[in-house]
Design a protein. Structure first.
Ligand code: GDP
Length: 444
């Protein structure tokens, strides 16, 4: 089907290349074409596709290719990450409505996109969050639109403010918000008139309503089926009324949702909700991960990547478990661990890395001194004390002897016992964690 090509080229690449180190202009060429095609098929506007691809290409260049996958798969993983990041990242909480007392939500959009429906859905959504709402009908050009909102309001048991068709929409909006304040509601949702196309009258009216009610949110309602035009539409509305976000409707249909990317790329504003049906309940918070996967339509490829990633993690964990489980953690191990952690070269290298140059010469010196002290004490132990730390920890006489033999103070020996116990419990905790993880249990 759609990605047969891609699957074939992945197989080919797997045979030909095997493990390739990084993404290069050469090995990105083919998957780049596939991604471009996928985005256009998803109705992402062409200029948006161009800008996006250019950015991803720059970002991806030089990216390390995960062991077990081909450059194609790695590239698509980069694209997917970039899509998610661009469309908002984080969970639904990141795209919540703006606060306000009351929240005033202005709905904008062309006619037929599902604006009035979305106003009702939002009211129900807020109602379920224990917020009281008032809906305001300002579409004086279509009496049917006012009736529609009144019906929706009745159905979800939310009051609707309307003044018929003979009053100026700006005035209705203003008085609607006043009424909301009088009623003490938490949110006022102002539905507005749409036109079949972007026109100056509509934008002028929206601007006037906006300055009259000073909304906390101005949401542009966009039909997911809008296709290539979405970018221009979003630009026009955003330029005119500076939207705070968008609601993407009719995502229950066939649309791959490319409009979501266009909205974000053009306006920089988040998609806050997604409409997924005609019912009032059919409103969901926006999940960038889901949308990215839908737009890209390359779920299989990403699953491949995740499998490889999991395999590697499991391998690492298995090796670590074995190491840890075998480990009878004693003073020799302690010394080794400490050496690994604090070895001279390691510390010096750390110092040269950005962010770590705050490690002072003094700290380095102290770490080395401490190591020398511990080393001296451990060397002065008898073999059975070194491999069986309990006998030393329990016997004050033995500790005193070790202190004397090593030329260190008893306080230093106690310090070593404490450091040892702490490291041992860390290692033990790690081992337990890994054992549980291996058994498929929840380590928490
Ligand atoms: P408005 O002119 O922008 O206010 O649009 P309406 O709210 O009247 O909606 C236009 C049509 O789209 C109606 O038939 C709605 O039932 C339908 N609609 C709205 N949102 C959705 C949605 O998320 N999914 C589907 N399938 N239909 C929707």
């Amino acid at each position: 089907a759609m990605f047969d090509n891609l699957s074939r080229s992945i197989e080919k690449a797997q045979r030909l290349i095997g493990k390739t180190g990084t993404l290069t202009a050469e090995n990105m060429k083919e998957p780049l074409k596939e991604v471009r095609r996928a985005l256009l098929e998803a109705d992402v506007s062409l200029p948006v596709v161009r800008r996006f691809i250019k950015k991803v290409e720059e970002r991806a260049l030089g990216t390390k290719v995960l062991e077990g996958v081909t450059p194609d798969v790695q590239f698509i993983k980069v694209v997917s990450n970039e899509l998610i990041e661009l469309m908002g990242g984080g969970g639904p909480g990141a795209k919540d409505l703006e606060p306000g007392f009351p929240q005033i939500i202005l709905m904008a959009g062309l006619q037929g996109v599902g604006k009035t429906t979305a106003a009702g859905k939002l009211a129900l959504y807020l109602k379920k969050a224990k917020k009281r709402c008032l809906l305001v009908a300002t579409d004086v050009y279509r009496p049917a639109a006012i009736d529609q909102l009144v019906k929706l309001g009745t159905a979800i048991d939310v009051p609707v403010f309307e003044l018929g068709t003979q009053v100026d929409p700006v005035e209705i909006a203003r008085r609607g918000v006043e009424e909301g304040r009088r009623l003490g509601v938490d949110a006022v949702i102002v539905d507005t008139a749409g036109r079949l196309q972007v026109d100056e009258d509509m934008m002028g009216e929206l601007r006037s309503i906006k300055s009259a009610v000073r909304p906390s949110d101005t949401l542009l309602v966009v039909d997911a089926m809008t296709g290539q035009e979405a970018a221009n539409l979003v630009r026009a509305f955003n330029d005119a009324v500076d939207i705070s976000g968008a609601i993407l409707t009719k995502m229950d249909g066939d649309s791959r949702g490319g409009a979501a990317l266009s909205v974000r790329e053009v306006s920089g504003k988040p998609i806050k909700f997604v409409g997924v049906g005609e019912k009032m309940e059919a409103l969901e918070p926006f999940y960038p991960e889901r949308m990215a996967s839908r737009i890209l339509g390359m779920g299989d490829v990403l699953t491949l990547y995740e499998k490889a990633e999991t395999a590697i993690k499991e391998e690492d964990a298995k090796a670590a478990v074995e190491r840890l489980m075998e480990e009878k953690f004693d003073f020799n191990d302690f010394l080794n661990q400490w050496k690994t952690m604090n070895n001279m070269g390691g510390m010096q290298m750390l110092k040269m890395m950005p962010g770590f140059n705050k490690i002072s010469e003094k700290q380095l010196y102290e770490a080395e001194k401490q190591f020398e002290t511990y080393e001296a004490i451990i060397k002065a132990m008898e073999e059975e004390e070194r491999t069986n730390p309990e006998i030393l920890i329990k016997s004050m006489a033995r500790r005193r002897r070790v202190a004397q033999d090593s030329g260190q103070s008893e306080a230093e020996v106690s310090k070593l016992m404490a450091a040892f116990t702490s490291m041992k419990s860390q290692v033990g905790g790690m081992s337990k964690f890994l054992k549980l993880q291996k058994a498929g249990g929840d380590p928490a």
